[in-house]
Write a protein that binds this ligand. Structure first.
Ligand SMILES: NC(=O)c1ccc[n+]([C@@H]2O[C@H](COP(=O)([O-])OP(=O)(O)OC[C@H]3O[C@@H](n4cnc5c(N)ncnc54)[C@H](O)[C@@H]3O)[C@@H](O)[C@H]2O)c1
Length: 443
């Protein structure tokens, strides 16, 4: 495609007008935890939305009005689909019909902990194939600073169109927190950084239509770095509080009580909580995107490495605590029946990605334990090649396991019944706050 002589302002004005009047057709690539809520929000704002995904099961489920993401209610999705505002497809050629395209595909790590941009590259290749003048392309996937201008921009400009002149390109990090009822896609402020001013303006206008607050920044790199600062901040603070928990255990101090008291300080302190290890698609991964990029400039991110070291040691610590707890009743891990209470990476979600429960299960099984689990959000899981099925917690309690490990503090569990059973419990989340019993072992 060759660039025409039409000036940018007229293309930009036309796009802004289509966005303001809701005539813009919006495409969302990658319909997962991030993309599906976003697509629904755009549809609710009055846009005509098409979701694109390589997974045919997801696209047909959406077209049938059924959600597979807990934060998106079936009724909400079905209403948009019925109204003809939202549809999903695996046919990437329809990307050419979109005015604005949001890319929300995964950005995992390779085994070496280097960024794996292959999903982003495939999605951008699909966009590049049908890129047309006046289109707005926004990358939302979390990634290292420089991805948009060093990787995405050259791919989109290959056929001659220029970013911020013939088409618009921006980065806008997704900050959604799955399971959080208070802060959702709609009311979490949206950071937007364009390749140039026209791109920032176009992307900001699109989000202004569908989210409450838009925060424009000066470049794509600033926007990329904002997200990595936020998640590195979390990873490092969780690392710190995990280390404090290990320290408190040695000193026989209840770390949970310490945090509860410390957080009464109205300024200068923010509570973070220890736990069985990091999980999810963000906090265990994103800081490594930053340290990888920093290494390219000869910079060593010491905080990230140290926090990573402490956080990844937590599943081992939990297993040590299980051994200590069983020891009090003269039992070894080997041959004991150990029941995991909650396996998802955090409360009230079904997301198992990077869940520390998987490491703990494997470590316990390696030491000869016989393992079961209860998680209403995760009906089955694979551990070390074996398929495990969730059992109802009440049935698990009735079968009298040697030890229960609370790995995820889902709100629906009957913790009172668990405590009452007298089973040895290792509580990694302080789910049993307020319960006192010699059979409870807190992190
Ligand atoms: N899950 C979160 O809490 C969260 C929060 C903020 C940011 N993020 C970031 O958002 C991005 C997406 O994360 P997610 O949790 O939604 O991932 P996800 O795995 O839930 O969803 C990604 C979707 O992209 C689809 N996909 C993969 N390759 C594709 C391609 N080439 N074309 C079309 N579809 C494709 C997959 O089938 C899947 O449905 C990641 O960069 C992540 O780091 C995630």
């Amino acid at each position: 495609m060759t660039p025409t002589t039409e000036t940018t302002p007229s293309i930009a004005v036309a796009l802004l007008e289509r966005i303001r009047t809701r005539h813009a057709r919006v495409g969302v690539i990658g319909l997962g935890y991030v993309g599906l809520p976003l697509a629904v929000e755009f549809a609710r704002a009055g846009f005509d939305v098409t979701g694109f995904d390589v997974d045919e099961r997801k696209t047909s489920q959406i077209n049938g009005g059924a959600s597979y993401i807990p934060d998106v209610a079936d009724a909400d999705l079905a209403e948009r689909v019925r109204a003809g505002r939202l549809r999903a497809t695996t046919d990437m050629s329809a990307l050419g019909d979109m005015d604005a395209i949001d890319i929300c595909v995964p950005t995992p790590l390779r085994k070496t902990k280097d960024p794996d941009l292959s999903y982003v590259v495939l999605a951008v290749e699909a966009v590049a194939k049908t890129l047309k003048r006046g289109q707005l392309v926004i990358l939302e996937s979390t990634t290292y600073p420089g991805t948009t201008d060093e990787v995405v921009q050259p791919m989109l400009e290959e056929k001659g169109l220029k970013a911020d002149v013939d088409f618009f390109l921006a980065f806008s990090p997704e900050r959604v927190d799955p399971g959080n009822q208070r802060f959702t896609t709609k009311n979490i402020p949206k950071i937007v950084g364009g390749i140039g001013p026209a791109s920032t303006e176009a992307a900001s206008e699109l989000y202004r239509a569908s989210v409450d607050t838009v925060v424009p920044v000066s470049s794509t790199r600033v926007a990329e770095m904002v997200k990595l600062l936020e998640n590195t901040f979390r990873a490092v603070n969780i690392g710190l509080v995990n280390e404090i928990a290990l320290m408190c255990h040695r000193m026989d101090i209840d770390v949970w009580e310490v945090i509860d008291a410390a957080k009464t300080k109205p300024f200068g302190f923010m509570p973070f909580y220890p736990g069985p290890g990091l999980g999810g698609h963000c906090i265990p991964i994103d800081p490594y995107y930053l340290s990888w990029k920093a290494r390219q400039t000869g910079f060593e991110c010491r905080f990230i490495e140290l926090a990573g070291h402490i956080n990844s040691s937590m599943p081992h610590y939990v297993v040590d605590r299980v051994a200590d707890a069983l020891n009090t009743v003269r039992k070894p891990i080997n041959g004991s029946r150990i029941h995991m209470v909650g396996v998802a990476y955090k409360r009230d979600v079904n997301d198992m990605r990077e869940s520390p429960a998987l490491d703990i299960l494997e470590l316990l099984a390696k030491r000869g334990a016989s393992i079961g689990y209860s998680d209403p959000f995760v009906p089955e899981l694979r551990s070390d090649g074996r398929l495990l099925k969730s059992v109802d917690l009440a049935d698990a309690i009735a079968s009298q396991p040697d030890c229960a490990v609370i790995c995820t503090d889902h709100s629906g569990f009957d913790y009172g019944a668990l405590v009452k059973s007298g089973t040895i419990i290792v509580d990694t989340r302080n789910a049993l706050k307020g319960h006192r019993s010699p059979s409870i072992f807190r992190l």
